[in-house]
Design a protein around this ligand. Structure first.
Ligand code: C5P
Ligand code: C5P
Length: 472
């Protein structure tokens, strides 16, 4: 499979507009999402302009609501490039901006008439939650600008992995094409291994504790259980006075560990296909220093997510742009706390399962101030994937954010999506009903609503999900 003709055309249109802006020396503003995929995408676009000898301003935002859009529209830029966001607010962008616009996104677009240059896999029938992320779209745009940008394919893969597009154990579709570009440009090495988190840097027991995709019941999120598990398998915690890492295992030890992990998952109702995805492709950024978190795409993505989630967005972009000094050191500090914080939130939910209400077509709970709203999605992914809830239904969770609003995160499984569930559409529908903003992907979506509207929102989200399931 190659890049579809219509997508190539949209990329060419975007590229012409960008080159025209350079020729006319227009002020260019790149606005990107503050998660791993968005920060990777922003970095790729920024670098593509730098290669042309042109300086742009890049900033990242948590979400693109009407207030943020209004503020951006006053920026005096001649060209605004939105990346990893925009598809959900095409109508607002069309209405509020007078300058040139390029949108490089992979979220499901809202239906509306517009004349914007909008590069999006969904526009050509490609699933943007699986086959290409925004950093991939940004990469294709950068490559259209200049073939030499092929060296940015590695960071495009970091974004895709940040969005969990490798959850089956390998990348597919356009991501695979980008992967091959990365291998050809000698920036990326892909090999089959245990897909444990922090393969290069973490002691094995920590790598097991921090692996949440696939979720290993009883071990994911628990240091003591992971230590006990290794001890039961006769795998030493230390070798030569140093904590054992994955790379230190003998072939026989690795086989023993793999079998035990798969068995553990299957015993806890994880479907065999998902359990087996614990072995799959792992992605090494070979130009990065050995034994640093940036060498492994999954850990690199977590570092960027950590910067974004703690609203230190500038740090993440700086790292993607090549800072290995102050910004990188600060980002490493963010990374330190990030995984352990998510695990502690997961433990909080596990200890408060009674707060999760069975709402017929969905499960739902309100975390209030117990979970930082920016990691709510990651935490409910763990709850869903742990298969501890009786039935397989989407989870819709609420938490208060720092701006006095309610953040909604929703997650489904691939099976539910195959049955017709589309959470992006449900979040959009329910948000519109209560005057909030929401959207996303079929499998993972979110919204922002006013405090007090939670019950009403849930009613409409359920109504839409019921319709989606009955329509099949
Ligand atoms: O904003 P954005 O598109 O970058 O975020 C996508 C979200 O969807 C991420 O939080 C990612 O973890 C989530 N996701 C998921 N399960 C998948 C694919 C994506 O929870 N299979
Ligand atoms: O924040 P969370 O990880 O739950 O977001 C899941 C997906 O929903 C992401 O792709 C995000 O960009 C999208 N989303 C959205 N509008 C919102 C909140 C989240 O499109 N208001």
């Amino acid at each position: 499979m190659g890049i579809p003709h219509e997508l190539k055309k949209a990329l060419r249109d975007a590229c012409s507009l960008a080159k025209e802006a350079i020729a006319q020396e227009k002020r260019i503003l790149v606005v990107t999402h503050n998660d791993a995929d968005g920060l990777s995408a922003g970095g790729i676009i920024h670098k593509a302009f730098l290669r042309e000898g042109y300086q742009v301003h890049t900033r990242s935002v948590k979400q693109l609501d009407r207030d943020v859009l209004k503020e951006i529209s006053k920026s005096k830029a001649g060209l605004v490039i939105f990346s990893d966001l925009g598809a959900g607010v095409l109508d607002d962008i069309q209405e509020l901006f007078n300058c040139d616009i390029i949108i490089l996104d992979h979220h499901q677009p809202v239906e509306c008439e517009h004349e914007l240059v909008h590069v999006n896999p969904h526009n050509v029938g490609i699933d943007g939650s699986r086959e290409i992320s925004s950093s991939g779209v940004a990469y294709l745009f950068a490559k259209e600008m200049n073939r030499e940008n092929q060296e940015l394919a590695g960071i495009a893969i970091v974004g895709a992995i940040g969005d969990m597009q490798d959850s089956t154990g390998e990348l597919i579709g356009l991501n695979k094409i980008i992967q091959k570009d990365g291998e050809e440009a000698k920036v990326l090495r892909v090999e089959k291994d245990l897909r444990l988190y922090g393969r290069q840097t973490r002691p094995l027991f920590k790598a097991i504790e921090y692996t949440t995709e696939p979720f290993i019941p009883g071990l994911s999120g628990s240091e003591s259980a992971s230590l006990q598990f290794l001890s039961d398998l006769d795998i030493p915690i230390k070798k030569n006075d140093e904590f054992t890492k994955l790379a230190d295992l003998s072939e026989e030890e690795k086989k023993r560990l793999t079998t035990a992990l798969i068995l553990r998952m299957i015993e806890h109702r994880i479907p065999p296909k998902i359990a087996e995805s614990i072995v799959g492709d792992v992605f090494t950024l070979i130009k990065e220093d050995k034994r640093t978190p940036l060498r492994d795409a999954k850990e690199y993505a977590t570092l960027l997510n950590a910067c974004g989630k703690y609203e230190k967005n500038g740090l993440g972009i700086a790292v993607v742009l090549g800072d290995r000094d102050q910004a990188y050191k600060e980002a490493l500090e963010m990374l330190k706390d990030h995984k352990s914080y998510i695990c502690s939130c997961y433990r909080w939910v596990s200890e408060n399962v009674s707060k999760i209400k069975d709402e017929e077509v969905v499960y739902s709970f309100h975390a209030k101030d117990e979970i930082n709203d920016s990691v709510l999605g990651a935490v409910i992914s763990m709850v869903l994937n742990s298969r501890t809830l009786e039935e397989i239904k989407p989870i819709i969770a609420f938490a208060y954010d720092k701006n006095g609003k309610v953040k909604v995160s929703a997650r489904a499984t691939r099976e539910l999506v195959e049955q017709g569930v589309n959470l992006g559409k449900a979040m959009h529908f329910a948000s519109e009903k209560v005057g909030g903003e929401g959207g996303g992907h079929n499998i993972a979506a979110g919204a922002s609503i006013t405090i007090g509207d939670e019950e009403e929102f849930l009613k409409y989200a359920k109504e839409e999900i019921r319709r989606q399931l009955n329509a099949e």
